[in-house]
Design a protein around this ligand. Structure first.
Ligand code: 5GP
Length: 189
């Protein structure tokens, strides 16, 4: 049996949150390489796909009506409006994986992390913080995936998100990716 996986024990639920542009995806990708038995939840979103994004792998890209249905049927563990779009975590796959003893990772924004705290009090909440405001701004601009308006919306959201870090179980400053990954691997295992 793989370490970190035991059908007799409910799998851990680790929430990685923090402002857009802080490097959540990069770090989480590396964590999954190091802990292949962990499972990364695939969110539903009303945001249109970016070039290269694959439906069912990066996100489930859904219409506003379908997102309304997911909410109404109670199919989301949490959901939030972020920078003009909605994002949510399908509940059933998270529960199924945890019941099998598989560690589950969620990569979500702060309002969603708060809801997970309520819905699953045993979840471990990790906040990824940028080394500085300037670094965050540069990363968001340098990514080149968003329009200037979208970058501005994400920076505005980041202010509120940074203020919420005290609500988390752990705050990791993402200055050096390898060190951040080491810390997160320790939380997931
Ligand atoms: P992006 O549009 O850059 O893929 O994601 C925007 C923000 O939404 C990021 O902070 C990302 O972590 C967050 N996000 C992605 N999926 C979910 C989800 O299922 N729920 C919540 N609350 N946030 C999510």
């Amino acid at each position: 049996m793989n370490p970190g996986q035991d059908p007799g024990i409910r799998g851990k639920l680790v929430v990685v949150s923090g402002p857009s542009g802080v490097g959540k995806s990069t770090v989480v990708r590396e964590v999954l390489v190091r802990v292949p038995q962990a499972w990364l939840s695939v969110s539903a979103t009303t945001r249109p796909p970016r070039s290269g994004e694959v439906d069912g792998t990066d996100y489930f890209f859904v219409s506003a009506a379908e997102f309304d249905r997911l909410i109404a049927e109670g199919e989301l563990l949490e959901w939030a409006q972020f920078a003009g779009n909605r994002y949510g975590t399908p509940r059933a796959p998270v529960e199924q994986r945890r019941a099998m003893g598989t560690p589950v990772v969620l990569e979500i924004e702060v309002a969603g992390a708060r809801q997970v705290r309520q819905a699953a009090p045993d979840a471990l909440l990790v906040f990824l913080a940028p080394p500085s405001w300037e670094v965050l701004r540069e990363r968001l601009l340098g990514r080149g995936t968003e329009s200037p308006e979208a970058v501005a919306r994400r920076l505005a959201a980041a202010e509120g998100e940074l203020a919420a870090q005290d609500e988390f179980d752990h705050v990791v400053i993402n200055a050096e990716i390898s060190k951040t990954v080491d810390a997160l691997v320790g939380f997931v295992l």
